[in-house]
Design a protein around this ligand. Sequence first.
Ligand code: ATP
Ligand code: MG
Length: 649
Amino acid sequence: MSDRIDHLLNETRRFAPPEALAGESATKAELYERAGEDRLGFWAEQARQLQWETPFTEVLDWQPPHAKWFHDGTLNVAVNCLDRHVEAGNGDRVALHWEGEPGDTRTLTFADMTAEVKRLANVLEGLGVKAGDRVAIYLPMLPEAVAAMLACARIGAVHTAVFGGFSPSNLRGRIDDAGATIVITTDGAWRKGKVFALKPTVDEALREPGHEVRNVLVVKRGENEIDWTPGRDIWYHEAMADASAEHAAQAFPAEHPLFILYTSGTTGNPKGILHTSAGYLTQTSFTHRHVFDLKPESDVFWCTADIGWVTGHSYVVYGPMANGTTQVMHEGTFDTPTPERPWQIIERYGVTIFYTAPTAIRTFMKLGRQHTQSSDLSSLRVLGTVGEPINPEAWMWYRDVVGGGTTPIVDTWWQTETGAIMISALASVTTLKPGSAQVPIPGISVDVVDESGTPVADGDGGLLVVSEPWPSMLRTIWGDDDRYRSTYWEKFGDVYFAGDGARKDEDGEIWLLGRVDDVMNVSGHRLSTAEIESSLVAHDGVAESAVVGATDATTGQAVVAFVILKQSASKEHSVEEAEQILRQHVSKDIGAIARPRQVFIVPDLPKTRSGKIMRRLLRDLAEGRALGDTTTLADQGVVDAIKQQFRGA
Ligand code: ATP
Ligand code: MG
């Protein structure tokens, strides 16, 4: 891939960590040194930060592609996230500041959460749930969702959280695949100013026989009318009122399954990723502490991801709770009741660390900085992003407008499969490069290799791999170990193939270039989606863009761009003018080879429900094919609107 155009590498802005964090810097930098000397010893030290019932004696048992970490030790994950903090005298510390969409709020301390989880553990055991059984959690962002996950962990049940926006057939598919016997849901929850019903989706999902679900536990939130199946359906609050407040937690082996979670489905059919206990908790808590420079006594952390995605699992539930962190959690959307909502929440709770996705940042940019700047954001000291490559322009906007021009931004690369952050700056140590995830965290070995598996030279691009097993790695794909082997381990033997393209810069640091499936080959030149998209977004008039390669008779593949204009730009130019201007812009910025054959000005882009652009659907459109799997698409209407435009063109 060395003939690729080095556009992103023209990004030369650099930002040293702020003075205020300099004191931390030296001790944090030692982490790299320690991990470099003795990687397994380093992870063992991190694991010992947890509370073990039986200490482990062996760190890693690696029978490629299957790893066992700390496997002769035992612990209880929920005790580590809750009871331990109460016993240490921190029971009064707020665990969750929860904000309902209509403006109602709840505050739960670590003592409150511990009590809730103990009761719920008793409820689940009363319903016959045993260690190893699967429990489906179909809940939006309610404190009960966190409690449900931790209650499962407490009794050794395996949860599988399903994003609250999914349809009956999506939900049923996951219930069947996991073999869940209990579903925890809600009557409804607030979203965009209305109650959005969830219970009917569960009813519909369970209508056809053939599933193993015995009970549906229903949290009362929306107060909307719902159907009731006596004997099967149980109100959460009633069951909790009857349950004992005492619950003695049992320890489980380090490799006891913790959860199954389905990937976002950006590139195809979602995969049921299996994570286990101690290794996962070790790496989520370690990264949460060091990537964000967390101070559990004083920080207020807000990760905006839904708990239905891995980011919600690792950085709303397990990492922060294991670290005894005060968090903000919100119901509903950022723009309801007004686009000021996220900023008002930051001001209200004095949020110090804010972790969100590039798609949200680009939406904030499109709306304009006046909304952001209407609140006092001076409490913020570290910002983070995850989910997609962040274009340097969006990074700069995030730092300047949200971060007051001073906060470090950590761009964290990881996947459902990796369980925790793998490549990221450390807020107090790293000199930042906008648009780059930069360096593997201490204890993690990644590389960029060519098709034959040989590491590329600095300055070159290729395929991202993880070259050594890591504590929070997936253990398999649930029920399909063959797919586990063929998806991640067949290409390069004992090295994990991530499916993402990346480049090493002249310092050997890593820039993500997008999915391997999305790399384009134009007249023999390999171009990445991230580069051309970053060029388009750098243009004043562009809010967001997606680029795909479409089959072309002369060039093999041609660049086709889909662009959302900022409101100001759409007023100034006709569609034809805008297309011309943008084709020229890319040609001038990157080179003639990257000039899009077509630029389509569109009102919106197709995204997964976790907010990632689904380029494969745009490629299907651009090549005039029937669309592939659309079940994880957030909004079917977007594709229809783009299709209309295609017919017009
Ligand atoms: P599927 O595997 O079903 O196609 P998905 O890969 O979108 O879905 P996730 O596990 O939610 O499911 O997303 C992980 C992917 O997100 C990574 O492989 C990468 O492509 C992208 N990603 C995450 N963080 C970053 C980041 N900081 N920079 C660039 N890309 C990122
Ligand atoms: Mg993936």
